[in-house]
Ligand binder design. Structure first.
Ligand SMILES: [Zn+2]
Length: 443
C-alpha cells in the first residue's frame, strides 16, 4: 500500500523526534482502515448461507448437482474468479488412494487457491497465506445413521464456513489494493480427515523452494455461545507453537498488537500452544515445514454444535464473525504492506547480539530491502515476560547499543517500519543452543 503524502512527513517526525523507552503505539494506515470498512456483513451472510446449502461438504461425499464437496469446490473457484483479474485462481488437485482410518475410498483433494501478487517479485518476493477449510463433518445423529454414508447432513457453518467467508470477503476487498508482499488465500480440502489438503500443499510448496513468510489459519471464528454457558463476543484466541521466540510466536504477538489497534473493542488472547489440547489445524503442516504459522479462532467453543448437524447459520453470530474477519484483515494487510522483518543473524547463522565490550546490549541487524523504509525499532523485555515491554525508535541504522542493559536478563528484538507506519514482525535475538560435547578419556 503506497500512499505517501502528509503521512510521510508525520511518520518521519515521529521516528526522528522520539527516542524514549515507552511502548510505541501502532500506527494507522488509512488504506487499511478503508479496506476494513469495505468488509460487508451482508456478503459474509450470503457466503455462510450458500456454504450451508451444499447439505454436506464431507471429503468423501458423492458428486451431485449443488450438493457435496465437489459442487462446493466448484462454487468457491467460480466465486474467487468472479473477484477480478488481479487474483490468480486455480484448483490445486491431488488424487489419493484409500489410506488410514478416515480415508476409506479413493478420493480427489481439491484446494481452491487465489493468489494476489505483490509488488515485490523474484528474490524480494514474500508470501503470506490466509487459509480455512471448506470440507465439513458431522457425527451420525443416532445409531441408525449409516456410518459409511458420506452424504449425511453436515452443514459445517461455523466449522469452517466462517473461515471460508473470511477468505472470500478479504480476497474481494484486498484485490482493490496493492501490497508489497504476495497474499495467497486457500480454501483447503480434507481437514476433517487428517489435515490432508494443507499437508499436501505445504509439502509441494516446500519442494518447489517457495518461502512462506507467515501463514494464518482460520478455523471456527463465529461462535459466541460456549457449550458451558459462557457468552463472549469480545475475545479471539491466537494459538502459536513455541518456543517462546519462535517465528510463529512472533507472528502471534504481531496479530495481537495490530488486531487490537485496528479493532479497539477486541481482546486478542495469545495462547502459547500450537493448537487446542490434542487437536489440530491447517496451520500446523506449514509450521512443520519450518514456516511461521498461527491459528486464529473464537474464544469459546460449543461441542454440541461442532461436528454435528447443529453447526448451522442460525447457531452462529454474524456480527462477531464479521468483526473477526476485520481483525484478521487488519493483521494480513499490515503484514503484506509492511517492510520485511530484519534478519538478526550473520551469514554464518550467528546471533548479532553482543555486550559491546562491556555491560551493554549491542544489537546489529541486516538492512531490509524496502523502497519506503523509515527506519527500525528496537524492542526488549524481561525473559519471563510474554510481551515486549520497552521500545525505542532508532532511525535508519543497522546497529544500536542500549547502555547498562545486560543481555543475560532480557530478550531483544528489532522490527522495520515504513513511512506510513506499517511495522514488520519483530525478529527476536534467540540465544544460541548449546550442543552436547563428548570428551575422550584415557582407558
Ligand atoms: Zn475445523
Amino acid at each position: 500500500m503506497k500512499k505517501k503524502t502528509l503521512i510521510l512527513a508525520l511518520a518521519a517526525a515521529v521516528l526522528c523526534g522520539l527516542t524514549g523507552t515507552h511502548a510505541i503505539a501502532a500506527s494507522t494506515d488509512p488504506d487499511i482502515s478503508t479496506l476494513l470498512s469495505e468488509v460487508s456483513k451482508e456478503n459474509v451472510e450470503k457466503i455462510l448461507k450458500k456454504m450451508e446449502s451444499f447439505h454436506t461438504r464431507h471429503t468423501m461425499s458423492s458428486d451431485q448437482e449443488n450438493i457435496g464437496i465437489k459442487a462446493s469446490a466448484e462454487w468457491l473457484l467460480a466465486e474467487f474468479k468472479g473477484l477480478g483479474t488481479r487474483l490468480q485462481v486455480e484448483m490445486d488437485t491431488y488424487e489419493l488412494p484409500p489410506q488410514g482410518r478416515r480415508m476409506r475410498q479413493p478420493m480427489t483433494m481439491r484446494n481452491v487457491v487465489a493468489t494476489l501478487p505483490g509488488r515485490h517479485t523474484g528474490e524480494q518476493e514474500r508470501i503470506f497465506m490466509l487459509h480455512a477449510h471448506y470440507d465439513s463433518y458431522a457425527r451420525p445423529v443416532d445409531k441408525d445413521w449409516p456410518r459409511d454414508n458420506f452424504d449425511n447432513l453436515a452443514p459445517g457453518v461455523n466449522d469452517d464456513s466462517s473461515g471460508v467467508a473470511a477468505l472470500l470477503e478479504l480476497a474481494r476487498v484486498f484485490s482493490d489494493h496493492e501490497f508489497d508482499a504476495t497474499v495467497i488465500f486457500v480454501a483447503f480440502a480434507g481437514e476433517e480427515v487428517g489435515l490432508v489438503g494443507s499437508t499436501l500443499m505445504a509439502a509441494r510448496l516446500k519442494e518447489e523452494g517457495k518461502n512462506i513468510s507467515g501463514n494464518i489459519g482460520l478455523d471456527m471464528i463465529g461462535n459466541i455461545e460456549g457449550g458451558n454457558g459462557v457468552f463472549d463476543n469480545r475475545r479471539m484466541r491466537v494459538f502459536s507453537a513455541g518456543p517462546m521466540d519462535s517465528p510463529s510466536r512472533s507472528l502471534a504477538r504481531y496479530a495481537k498488537r495490530v488486531g487490537e489497534h485496528y479493532l479497539p473493542s477486541a481482546e486478542i488472547d495469545l495462547i502459547y500452544r500450537a493448537d487446542r489440547f490434542g487437536r489440530g489445524g491447517d496451520h500446523t503442516p506449514f509450521v512443520l515445514e519450518g514456516w511461521a504459522g498461527i491459528r486464529m479462532m473464537e474464544a469459546n467453543e460449543n461441542y454440541s454444535r461442532q461436528h454435528t448437524v447443529n453447526d448451522t447459520f442460525a447457531n452462529m453470530d454474524l456480527d462477531y464473525c464479521t468483526r473477526n474477519i476485520r481483525i484478521v484483515g487488519s493483521v494480513l494487510a499490515s503484514l503484506a504492506a509492511a517492510p520485511p522483518a530484519p534478519s538478526v543473524t550473520s551469514d554464518r547463522g550467528r546471533t548479532l547480539l553482543g555486550r559491546g565490550g562491556g555491560y551493554d546490549a549491542a544489537l546489529r541487524w541486516n538492512p531490509v530491502v524496502c523502497d519506503d523504509l523509515a527506519g527500525y525499532i528496537v524492542h526488549w523485555r524481561r525473559t519471563t515476560s510474554p510481551h515486549w515491554e520497552k521500545t525505542i525508535q532508532v532511525g535508519n541504522v543497522t546497529e544500536h547499543t542500549i547502555p547498562n542493559v545486560t543481555i543475560d536478563e532480557y530478550v531483544f528484538g528489532v522490527s522495520a517500519v515504513d513511512t506510513t507506519g506499517n511495522q514488520s514482525v519483530i525478529s527476536a535475538y534467540v540465544m544460541p543452543p548449546r550442543t552436547k560435547r563428548v570428551y575422550e578419556v584415557k582407558k
